[in-house]
Design a protein around this ligand. Structure first.
Ligand code: ATR
Length: 281
C-alpha cells in the first residue's frame, strides 16, 4: 500500500483527497491519499513522524508552503524560484525533495483551454500577489511573455514577487502596481488573470470593468467555485476566450501523483466532470 496525502491547517476542505482518490480507483492502484491536519506547534515533529511511518510523499497547503522548504534536502529549481514547496517526495535515501507544481498546473490549464494563447499575449496582467500569483508570474516568465504586470490591493506585495523572481534570467519585463491603477490599463491587456478569491462563492465579485479589453484578449480566473465566475461570464459575453480555474487544480496534482504512485494520470473529461461535481457540492 503506497501512502500519500496533503498536509495543512486546516485541511479538511482540501479537494486533493477526492482528486487523487479518483485516479487511484481509475488506475486500480493499491494506495491511499489522505487529508493530514498538522497543528503549527507540532509541525516539524509531525512531518518527521509521517516520513518515518513510510509515507511516499505529500502535498503541502496553507499555511506551510514556505515553512516546509526549510526541511527539504533538495529543492527543485522551480520551487526555489517561486520560494514555496507544494509537493514533497521521500527519496530512496530517505531525504526529502521539494517541488512546486503550481506554475506547471497553471500553464497546462491555459494551454489546454486556450490554444495559441501566446500569439496574442504581449501584456499579461495578474490580479493579486499571493502564492498563486507568484507561481503564475513565474510560469509566464518561463514562457517569455514580454510584459507581466502585477496589480494588488497591497502594491508592496506585488513588488515583493518581482524581487523574488529577479534572480531569474528572462527577457520578460515585470511591473508592480496598485489594483486601483488597473482600470486605465485595461485597453492594453492581452491576458488577464484573477488570482484573488474575489468572485468565489460567498465573496464579493471582482470590481473591474473589462468592457475595453481588446477583442483578442484572454481572461483567466483561478477561482473554481462557481465554475463560471462573474468575471468569466462578462468575458464570455464580450466574446473573449476564457480559461476557468478547476483545471489548474487538477493539473498541478499530476506530478505528485506520478512521483508517489508511479503512474502519470491523464487529465481527461472523466476527472474534470468528477471534480466539477465535487467543487460544486
Ligand atoms: P494564494 O496564496 O492562494 O494566492 P493569498 O496569499 O491569500 O492566496 O493571496 C490572495 C491575494 O488576493 C492577495 O494578493 C490579496 O491581497 P493583499 O495582498 O492585499 O492581501 C488578494 N485579496 C484577497 N482578498 C481581497 C479583496 N477583498 N480585495 C482585493 N484583493 C484581495
Amino acid at each position: 500500500m503506497i501512502r500519500a496525502g496533503v498536509i495543512g491547517w486546516p485541511v479538511a476542505h482540501s479537494l486533493s483527497p477526492r482528486l487523487h482518490g479518483f485516479w487511484l480507483d481509475k488506475y486500480k492502484i493499491h494506495g491511499r491519499y489522505d487529508a493530514l491536519p498538522i497543528a503549527p506547534d507540532q509541525f516539524e515533529q509531525s512531518v518527521r513522524t509521517l516520513v518515518e511511518g513510510g509515507i511516499a510523499g505529500f502535498n503541502v497547503t496553507l499555511p506551510y508552503k514556505t515553512r516546509i522548504a526549510d526541511m527539504m534536502d533538495e529543492v527543485s529549481p522551480r520551487a526555489q524560484a517561486i520560494g514555496a514547496v507544494n509537493t514533497v517526495v521521500v527519496m530512496e535515501n530517505g531525504g526529502l525533495l521539494g517541488d512546486n507544481t503550481d506554475a506547471y498546473g497553471f500553464m497546462q490549464s491555459l494551454n489546454t483551454q486556450v490554444e495559441h494563447w501566446k500569439e496574442d499575449a504581449q501584456t499579461a496582467v495578474i490580479i493579486g500577489a499571493g502564492g498563486a500569483a507568484m507561481a503564475i508570474a513565474y510560469a509566464l516568465l518561463e514562457e517569455n511573455v514580454p510584459e507581466i504586470k502585477i496589480y494588488n490591493r497591497t502594491p508592496d506585495k506585488a513588488a515583493a514577487i518581482i524581487d523574488q523572481l529577479s534572480p531569474l534570467k528572462t527577457d520578460s519585463k515585470l511591473y508592480a502596481y496598485a489594483f486601483s491603477d488597473l482600470a486605465e490599463s485595461i485597453k492594453s491587456t492581452d491576458l488577464l488573470i484573477n488570482t484573488t478569491p474575489l468572485g468565489m462563492t460567498g465573496q464579493k465579485p471582482l470590481d473591474l470593468d473589462i468592457g475595453e479589453l481588446p477583442s483578442t484578449a484572454i481572461v483567466s480566473d483561478i477561482v473554481y467555485a462557481p465554475r463560471q465566475t462573474a468575471l468569466l461570464k462578462s468575458a464570455s459575453d464580450l466574446g473573449l476566450r476564457t480559461a476557468e480555474g478547476l483545471p489548474m487544480l487538477i493539473h498541478q496534482a499530476v506530478p505528485g501523483f506520478e512521483y508517489w504512485f508511479n503512474k502519470h494520470p491523464a487529465v481527461e473529461q472523466d476527472v474534470l466532470d468528477y471534480m466539477f461535481g465535487v467543487a460544486a457540492s
